[in-house]
Ligand binder design. Structure first.
Ligand SMILES: NC(=O)c1ccc[n+]([C@@H]2O[C@H](COP(=O)([O-])OP(=O)(O)OC[C@H]3O[C@@H](n4cnc5c(N)ncnc54)[C@H](OP(=O)(O)O)[C@@H]3O)[C@@H](O)[C@H]2O)c1
Length: 347
């Protein structure tokens, strides 16, 4: 029986990876700090939970042990964390580090967290330039991508069979935050009108956690030293995503497609990226990646989860949505006042 350790395995990507490997007959250990984040189905399926801090070298060493076929690190944000892992994976068959598309820069040096949005010429391949490595606070707009690059380099420079995966906007059961809540909550609140910035044409490639997990399984069987984009087979725009969620939730709203003259904060959904950001996944496909499904098929995991939670507890709020984000996402008063001012009352 093959054995895997998923560091950060109680989170969004980690739990999908654990489920995929368990159903393929692997023995799986996951790490995390909060035992309440271990999904009941994983506990029932016999996953082992190791409660350790990612920054505790001794705990990490015990968790890796000496006989893992696969280590997947979903909680590697800095070069220092990568260096902690390095001595532990010398005897590991295949190691996967979950990085991010936030590392990519355009010709002007802009990236997804910079003040000016990046303008990529087309679908972004793994050969696209990245930010320079950095060690500023990783949980900052300038630091997130720079620290990911630094962590990638530590692992790849080791020469060990390390695969770096660069997902985009990840969706799935347990997402923190689940970005689709932007539309799901509006549907549950029976909003009569839906405002969409940029005519709803913004696109930011989604990555289903179950699709990332499918790619991890391929990488586990084909160890190597490489970087792969990890994304869904399609990249729907905001309008398409909103219609899908309206259909799944059984709600109809009037679509109000905003142009550049509308106040900039209105209708600014999480996929509002113009020009669009699309990842080229041909390298992953060439290796054998076969997605579980397209966005519409795979996003139901997350939507069903949210709707079930609300059915059990009507005041349920998804994890990972900061109060400021909730305030800006759901400023219904601003929407209604703009609709009234433009003589487009919600009907
Ligand atoms: N979500 C996205 O849209 C997205 C997009 C691109 C890249 N990524 C990358 O993908 C990776 C996984 O993301 P995710 O969305 O699956 O994250 P997540 O849902 O927040 O899960 C993070 C996991 O790591 C654990 N963890 C975090 N800090 C830890 C620490 N100091 N010590 C021990 N465990 C720790 C968490 O468990 P506890 O909470 O119990 O500590 C949890 O199991 C991250 O590296 C992220 O940068 C995510």
């Amino acid at each position: 029986m093959q054995s895997a350790l998923v560091v950060g395995g109680t989170g969004l990507i980690g739990r999908a990876v654990a489920r995929r490997l368990l159903s393929a007959g692997w023995r799986v250990t996951v790490t995390g700090r909060d035992p309440r984040r271990l999904p009941a189905d994983l506990a029932a399926a016999g996953v082992e939970l190791s409660l350790i801090d990612r920054d505790d070298p001794a705990g990490l060493g015990v968790a890796v042990g000496d006989g893992r076929d696969l280590v997947v690190d979903c909680a590697c944000y800095t070069a220092a964390q990568a260096r902690l892992l390095l001595p532990l994976i010398r005897n590991v068959g295949s190691t996967v580090m979950i990085s991010s598309k936030a590392v990519y820069v355009d010709a002007e040096g802009n990236h997804v967290n910079s003040p000016s949005p990046p303008r990529f010429a087309g679908a972004v391949t793994e050969r696209q330039p990245t930010m320079k490595p950095g060690d500023m606070p990783y949980d900052s707009p300038q630091g997130y991508g720079a620290n990911k690059v630094a962590a990638e380099q530590v692992l790849l420079d080791s020469g060990l069979p390390v695969t770096v995966l660069r997902p985009s906007k990840v969706h799935g059961e347990g997402a923190a935050p689940p970005r689709e809540w932007y539309f799901v909550k509006r549907a549950l609140d029976r909003r009569p009108a839906l405002l969409l910035a940029g005519h709803g044409q913004g696109t930011d490639h989604p990555s289903a956690a179950v699709n990332i997990a499918a790619l991890v399984e391929v990488v586990a069987q084909r160890p190597g030293r490489r970087i792969l984009n990890a994304a869904d087979p399609d990249a729907p725009d905001g309008l398409t995503i909103s219609r899908l969620i309206a259909a799944v939730t059984g709600h109809a709203w009037n679509e109000v497609l905003l142009d550049e003259n509308a106040p900039p904060q209105l209708g600014k959904h999480p996929w509002h990226r113009i020009p669009p950001i699309v990842l080229d996944t041909s390298a992953a496909q060439a290796l054998g990646y076969r997605p579980v499904g397209d966005y519409a098929t795979t996003v139901t995991d997350e939507i069903d989860w949210m709707i079930d939670e609300v059915a059990q507890e009507p005041t349920w709020k998804p994890p990972g949505i900061e109060p400021e984000t909730a305030t800006s996402w759901f400023d219904y008063a601003a929407e209604d006042s703009w609709l009234r001012a433009t003589e487009r009352p919600p009907t």
